[in-house]
Write a protein of this length. Structure first.
Length: 420
């Protein structure tokens, strides 16, 4: 009886434990299935291994799964940290908001643009950036689910211009998750400035060419209409045509010079340039014009210093300064040139006794085609490019050029170059 009872008890225990073993086997198979990328959890393989200690096998599987899960979590954290570091170090402003336009991410670049510290998560966007265009664009992206692009100016960023690129952003993967939006702001202030410079340059070139071309065309038509036989005026008409053609040639030559200076080092290499010799050569070039205009050229102390650069370009810059000092001087005026050493640099000073330059015009005199006295500049044959050429030449020699002036007392232009 006792043996029979024990057998019955063992049978019942086996019968009752078998479903438990099956469940444990399925749990172990599920855990192992999680470790195998791409495989669906299955308990089929486990059914053939019921002879082993299923609890021990399940324990091992869960331990393995825990280790793998830890690795995956650490990898996800690392990837998230990398993305955060990349976004934080971007020079473009990056901003993410939820469906209610509350800030979920903002990098330091955008915080600087907004004139504040990096905001806390959940801050309303209107408190971070007070710009209606940004608000409306992100609202539109969230509502329509389509990307958008706009140009805007942020007052807190000193009115700088930005290109806004916005796109929808899903923060979660649940069916009920609502989309937010991510925005990237590219600073296009410099691009807009360059575009405006280009437009101004084209307009200025067109204007400068229009006047001499109109004169050439007009006097040529006059000659063709019969004035060529007018001996009292035909020569004067031809001289006007010739002077305007020379003016066009000078403008074209100066434009080519500016283009070469802005393109790169060019063919003129770096050499040892004696300052005194460059000044003497430039003075001899303008001597005839100075005598023609009754302008006296004086030389002050000239240092025998040497600088690095292109002698041809330096002489070109000096000729432009000397020519301006002569052309825009008063009758029987004076032009003086001298040098002053200052530590590791030397300054070349060119002063004149002309009418001077208004203080409001001084900041712009080195711009292309900028003229203080437009009528007189054209009368004496100026192209409006001379001082711009001087500026580019001096900057390519790692130097600086500046000007001081007083109305009625003349001007002083100073070229400062590092000594070799």
């Amino acid at each position: 009886m006792v043996a029979g009872g024990a057998a019955i008890s063992l049978g019942l225990a086996f019968a009752l434990s078998r479903p438990v073993d099956l469940r444990i086997a399925r749990m172990r198979a599920f855990a192992e299935g999680l470790l195998e990328a791409g495989d669906e959890p299955s308990g089929v393989n486990a059914l053939s291994r019921l002879g082993v200690d299923e609890l021990e096998a399940l324990d091992r599987s869960l331990l393995r799964m825990a280790g793998q899960t830890r690795v995956l979590v650490e990898r996800a954290k690392l990837e998230s940290a990398r993305r955060e570091a990349i976004l934080a170090s971007m020079t473009e402003g990056v901003l993410a908001v939820d469906e209610r336009l509350r800030v979920t991410f903002c990098n330091e670049a955008l915080a600087r643009l907004a004139g504040t510290r990096t905001p806390s998560s959940g801050m309303p966007l209107i408190e971070l950036v007070r710009d209606s265009t940004l608000q409306e664009t992100l609202s539109e992206v969230i509502r329509t689910g389509t990307p958008a692009k706009r140009n805007l100016q942020i007052p807190a960023a000193n009115g700088r211009s930005f290109e806004l690129q916005a796109a929808p952003l899903i923060s979660g993967n649940k069916p009920g998750d609502k989309p937010g939006a991510i925005a990237i702001l590219h600073d296009i202030t410099d691009l807009e400035r360059l575009e405006n410079v280009r437009k101004d340059f084209v307009a200025n070139v067109s204007h400068e060419f229009r006047t001499p071309l109109a004169a050439i065309s007009g006097y040529a038509e006059t000659l063709l209409d019969g004035a060529i036989d007018d001996r009292q005026n035909n020569r004067r008409f031809l001289e006007i045509i010739r002077s305007n053609a020379i003016r066009l040639n000078n403008i074209a030559a100066d434009l080519l010079t500016l283009s070469e200076l802005q393109a790169g080092p060019g063919s003129q290499g770096t050499e040892q340039v004696p300052i005194g010799e460059a000044i003497e050569s430039a003075l001899s070039t303008i001597a005839a014009e100075a005598a023609l205009r009754s302008v006296t050229v004086e030389k002050g102390p000239i240092d025998c210093a040497v600088v690095l650069g292109s002698r041809y370009r330096l002489e070109q810059a000096l000729v432009n300064l000397f020519a301006n000092a002569v052309k825009f001087n008063r009758p029987s005026g004076k032009v003086r040139v001298e040098t002053r050493r200052n530590g590791s640099s030397i300054g070349i000073l060119v002063s004149d006794t002309g009418m001077g330059i208004p203080s409001s015009d001084l900041p712009r005199i080195f711009e292309r085609f900028y003229r203080v006295d437009k009528a007189r500049s054209r009368q004496v044959g100026g192209t409006g490019l001379g001082l711009s050429i001087v500026k580019h030449i001096v900057e390519r020699m790692n130097g600086q050029v500046s000007a001081t002036s007083q109305l009625g007392k003349g001007s002083v232009f100073t070229i400062t170059l590092p000594l070799s």
